[in-house]
Design a protein around this ligand. Sequence first.
Ligand code: NAP
Ligand code: MG
Length: 405
Amino acid sequence: MEKIQMTTPLVEMDGDEMTRVLWGWIKDKLILPFVDLKTEYYDLGLLHRNETEDQVTVDAANATRRLGVAVKCATITPNRQRMEEYPQLTQMWKSPNGTIRSILDGTVFRTPICIDAIKPVVKNWKKPITIARHAYGDVYRAVDLETEEPGTATLTFTGDSGQTQTVTVQRVEGPAIWQAAHNKADSIRSFARACFQYAIDTKEDLWFSTKDTIAKVYDGAFKRIFEEEYEGTYKSQFEALGLTYFYTLIDDAVARVIRSEGGYIWACKNYDGDVMSDMVSTAFGSLAMMTSVLVAPDGTTEFEAAHGTVTRHYYRYLKGETTSTNPMATIFAWSGALKKRGRLDGLTDLTAFGEALEQACFDTLNAGIMTKDLVSLVEPGFTATAVSSEAFLDAVAQRLAQKLA
Ligand code: NAP
Ligand code: MG
């Protein structure tokens, strides 16, 4: 069989632990036999980040800006315990995802992979719900203060011109706690653009929610900037695709989400997105079935799994045990990146390959062949067998080969 050709390379970011092992298997079994794969390879494994003083992460992010599409493996973000585990580390290197996100000025979209055999906890959800979380500011960059005596707090902004603006926060008669949060107009605008862009890309409606009835200035700015971007840039594309941009209050949004059948993108402020993405992903089934896509305002896109490096499985693998780690989200990172590359370069075969790969995964799961984490989640009456990661990948490869033959 002739291999499917590529023109522009993907940026490939390798990672750590069990997901690094899966990465190699996915390439060997599902990609390389069928695609004449072109990638620019960056090893974001912890030790290589350490050797390059994390320059490799910056290089990978810049390559993504240049080439437009990346696929990333999960990586270790070192903490104190990891510093002991890897004594050669010269620094507690920052989260690669954080570094890449800030270089791309990107927004993260998380979407569950849904299958018939696993029903969401919310029984009317028929289609995936994608959460877009604004990843800058608010309470995550806030400053806090605790005070003991009676007094008054004020908030003052001092401009570089020397001009000041001051408001009284509150007078208190006893001990109190205080918090000052901020956001930046540029960051909110980038967030809005990434959301509209991704909605157009995936052909799904976009919902956005804040609490602008209470936070009239703060959340009001979010609402206004989204409206400006929609009216000024995206409205005609939305209308041409039959898509809707829908703004509502966060509490109304929560009620509507629960009653909905899914199939849209829900853009959330930083804290709302943090909370809602955990709720939505758990209600849909499993973290192992969650994909994560980072989108820059200009449409540059990086695909990955939402889960981490699955450390516990890796240590069993190192002892020679066979593990049943779920490779679905990592496979879908690859298929998503190949489909996007195919669309950008006008390579219909490549896009069709990405779709066939996803369909082969669904066929395998629908045949009851799945990793251990999913077996416990299937509906009563559905017969499922737990297999190892490699056996699962082989079953997918067999179905994929049949589809492409
Ligand atoms: P994790 O790797 O997501 O794993 C947490 C647990 O969830 C696993 O022990 C496993 O449960 C289950 N799980 C997750 N993915 C699975 C899969 N594909 N198949 C089967 N089970 C799966 O999270 P973590 O243990 O908190 O973090 C491990 C490392 O990953 C950390 O060093 C962290 O820095 C890093 N991390 C990276 C990213 C990223 O690069 N995007 C994201 C998050 C975390 P059982 O053990 O019960 O089977
Ligand atoms: Mg959270």
